[in-house]
Design a binder for this molecule. Structure first.
Ligand code: NAG
Ligand code: NAG
Length: 409
């Protein structure tokens, strides 16, 4: 075949390439051309050094080129070329195709076509025209948001969270929150009014000061959009400790809820707090020590439920499995009393926290929430002029453990 090609010579190149397309393709044809890898030595002398060019196709017409080889036969002049950098100039006497030898520059360094680097949540690629092309995703940590918030007087300060760096805003909304917008059944729950007698509330209150050892450390939900389970388990843990006056201080297991409270719930893809409270009351859950947080492969299958309970009469329940953690000391099931809804009155919420302990709050959070550092968070208009992609919001739920001067935290 090669001999025939050689005999046909230059003028039939078009026909030749059609013919060769019909054959099974060789390694050379399958290999990416040097163009696409970026010619890193555009100024070098190769065909010239070899002192000959080859007509048609000649797989032996090569010169060592860096850690590979380049060609000086006419066949190399295909769309995806593996010609030596000086092939066009030396063999054809023309200037090389536009994109040959162009490189992208960053910090004074040359990078070949196809090179990439990561700029926060966006990947930038060196294109054949010698420019970097970057993805244009809105990032979860947006320097413009941080600066704008800190330069304005919004009552709170913004900062950088390295664990959020590199994530897109979309990822943050999808994987870092995880509470379903409360359905009408929750919004219509009867409000329980707190008896506002004439007691004066302190201007500053932190539940951890009043109930030492009973307010649990927060757990990190990682990239699990399961705030519905985390905030419920946290509030229930604190309330159980307070109500038992410290006789029991279980840190309850969010994973137990994430994996087992699956009816209309979506584990690390979000869930409802009313469902979580229902489960805590009717089925009960074990401690974090017994059923530790494992998270979930976001797009993978649910982590299967590893803990079940059965009724022991009078509403009490007992675990039917041993703990997923083989070293845990107890698989005791903890249940809660029914949850109730507070009125949306700051004073009543303050009084409730002061008298009975932490409460759960459902909040609408916006793109600027992810850089919240200190102060009183309020959604700011710093992204108001941006397209919809930059102005995202989602529903989150948190445990509230105190307040200062009429502001809950
Ligand atoms: C070589 O390739 C270039 C760029 O595709 C093309 O313009 C030129 O005509 C080709 N030369 C020959 C001799 O085929
Ligand atoms: C934020 O933190 C990341 C990771 O620690 C760092 O690479 C980045 O430069 C920081 N960005 C700003 C704007 O401070």
């Amino acid at each position: 075949m090669k001999l025939i090609l050689l005999a046909l010579g230059f003028s039939f190149l078009g026909v030749i390439s059609n013919v060769s397309a019909l054959r099974s393709r060789t390694k050379r044809e399958l290999a990416p051309g040097l163009h696409t890898l970026g010619i890193r030595d555009a100024g070098g002398s190769y065909c010239q050094q070899r002192d000959s060019c080859c007509p048609g196709r000649d797989d032996a017409c090569t010169v060592p080129y860096l850690d590979t080889i380049c060609y000086c036969d006419l066949f190399c002049n295909r769309t995806v070329s593996d010609c030596c950098p000086d092939f066009w100039g030396f063999c054809l006497g023309i200037s090389p195709p536009e994109n040959v030898g162009t490189v992208c520059i960053k910090h004074g360094q040359n990078y070949p076509n196809g090179a990439t680097y990561q700029e926060n949540c966006n990947r930038c690629t060196c294109t054949p025209d010698g420019n970097w092309r970057c993805e244009q995703n809105p990032c979860l940590i947006n320097t413009r948001v941080i600066d704008a918030v800190n330069q304005g007087s919004y009552g709170w300060k913004a900062g950088n969270y390295s664990q959020f760096w590199g994530m897109t805003l979309e990822d943050g909304i999808q994987y870092r929150l995880g509470t379903t917008k409360p359905p009408p059944s929750v919004m219509n729950m009867n409000e329980l009014h707190v008896n506002m007698n004439s007691d004066v509330l302190p201007t500053f209150f932190n539940a951890a000061d009043k109930w030492p050892g009973m307010i649990h450390e927060p757990l990190d939900q990682g990239n699990c959009a399961g705030s519905w389970a985390f905030s419920t388990a946290a509030v229930a843990s604190d309330r159980l400790s307070i109500q038992s006056m410290g006789h029991m201080t279980p840190a309850l297991s969010p994973q137990n809820l994430l994996s087992c409270d699956t009816k209309n719930q979506h584990g690390c893809r979000g869930g409802r707090v009313d469902g979580a409270w229902w489960y805590l009351r009717r089925r009960g859950i074990v401690t974090e020590d017994c059923y530790p947080f494992v998270g979930q492969n976001i797009n993978g299958p649910h982590a299967p439920c590893m803990m079940h309970s059965r009724s022991m009469g009078r509403g009490k329940r007992q675990a039917t499995n041993s703990c997923p953690n083989p070293y845990a000391s107890s698989n005791e099931i903890y249940q809660s009393t029914p949850a109730y809804r507070l009125a949306s009155s700051e004073k009543e919420i303050m009084k409730e926290i002061f008298e009975n302990g932490p409460v759960q709050a459902i909040m609408e959070v916006h793109e600027d929430f992810f850089v919240y550092k200190s102060g009183i968070y309020r959604h700011t208009p710093v992204m108001a002029g941006e397209s919809e992609r930059y102005r995202r919001h989602g529903t989150h739920s948190v445990r509230v453990i105190g307040y200062v001067k009429g502001v809950i935290f």
